[in-house]
Ligand binder design. Sequence first.
Ligand code: NAD
Length: 531
Amino acid sequence: MSGPTAIAQGGAANAPDVSTITVRRPADGEIIGTVADLDADQVAAVCTDLRLAQPAWEALGPRGRSAHLLRWLDWLLDNEDRLLRLVQQETGKSWADASLEISVAVDVINYFTKNAERFLADRHVKPAGAANAMRRLRVQVRPYQLVGLITPWNGPLAGPMMDVVGALVAGAAVVSKPSEVTPLTWTEVVRGWREDIGAPPVLAAATGAGATGAAVVDHTDMVMFTGSVRTGRAISVRCAERLIPCSLELGGKDALIVLADADLQRAAAGAVWGGMTNSGQACVGVERVYVEAPVYDEFVSLVTDKVRALRQGVDAPGSFACDIGTMVTASQVDIVAAHVQDAVEKGATVLVGGKRGQGNSFEPTVLVDVDHGMRCMREETFGPTLAIMRVANADEAIALANDSDYGLSSSLWTRDPDKADRLSRRIEAGSVSINNALVATFQFPIPMGGWKNSGIGTRFGGPQGVLKYCRQQSVVAERYALKSEPLWYPVVPARSRLIGRAVRLLGAHDWRRRLGLSGPGRRATAQITPP
Ligand code: NAD
């Protein structure tokens, strides 16, 4: 490999005249690596290489492409320990949280490779209307040639993997821009694709910060973005200017509602898992909890005990000794601290945690006596906090859950399936997990996407998870090729009148109109005198 493509995959530290980004371990600030900070010209060169490789990739067909993806899956499993150590180093995750990244990667590759042929198959469609009866209709899909994939820092392996598989299996080439905060794992995974398994050079990692991401948007045909609302909006504007589509998975402020008839033990355990997993740095993490008054005290007590019991730290690889790790960035810890401080200043009570911990960590925290005037109930905290609010009934819970600029996911706890069904239809969010938290996000056969400020478009969603990277192409073929067609030139009055009568006969819904007999409408028309 040579030139910018090599630079794009992590060779930058040794390359002259290339600016670099230093990557640090969140736990103690130690330097753990460097990657290239690609400028717009270098991104353009990477994209040119990818475009050259794409036609042969598309020509392989879904089965041929899936074979490479499955070899990549083998490689991921063969290198699991090494990759998870990298994830842990650059994120400060607990080993348990890091391990989830591999399982997401394995599942997503298996799902889309297993179904790729079916999802991408031509669709043969019955024609509509008598005039088209002699035509064959087919819809075939063709990938966007080059997809830009831009991701945040909270899941360096699983994050890009959730989208890259659909795009590659569709036949697109992909330039992926991992977060500048956590680029090491993804750069290595892309190197594995190109060098270790020798797959076609249709995937590159373009490392760098925001400007590199902007260049990716400028040189691709479709953008899949996961990240903040602010960046998502900027990307959406640029894509609109370029008239290219984008799919945006943005922030969240997910609500969890506990009704009085819920299994409280399970609901409390689910709320703690949903709020604290990945140290709360999950777009679909539970941030706000609304509990019906009769069970509020018991629920809060259960949650408090469970949060107090959490073991926080960066445990030894393979040990599974901690429940949650540190946070990824110091600035995210600052946001969490500011939300807790704001809540306390406005009257909230901290039942557990509430303080910064070692390195980039914040103690798992439970807040009560909260209201919607507080930042912790309105803005994305993206940290290990659960803010719990007492509500009079389900109506109030739904109203408060919907009182948000966000609408990513949500969770509803009740033993009454009919009530769950009715209430789920009133929640303004892209998904609802019933008697669980987070799970709606990882169901590949159904769509995952945000409403309101939480995004545009969806990821996964069965066929849609692949078709979103494709353009539809309609093909209309004549069954019998006559010398001429009734509508072609020259216009023959008798023939045109006959066509008009046929349209009426076949298209009208009553005999008066079918036969063209005079009626109120026709009389009115007849009375109009031309000027
Ligand atoms: P971010 O928006 O700051 O950065 C995300 C990515 O965009 C990074 O790779 C960054 O370098 C790049 N970028 C920055 N400016 C750009 C520009 N002008 N053009 C193109 N790319 C640009 O987000 P973050 O702080 O890395 O991640 C945290 C956010 O991500 C949170 O809001 C979280 O909710 C969200 N998130 C959403 C989901 C989801 O699926 N909905 C999943 C994970 C994280």
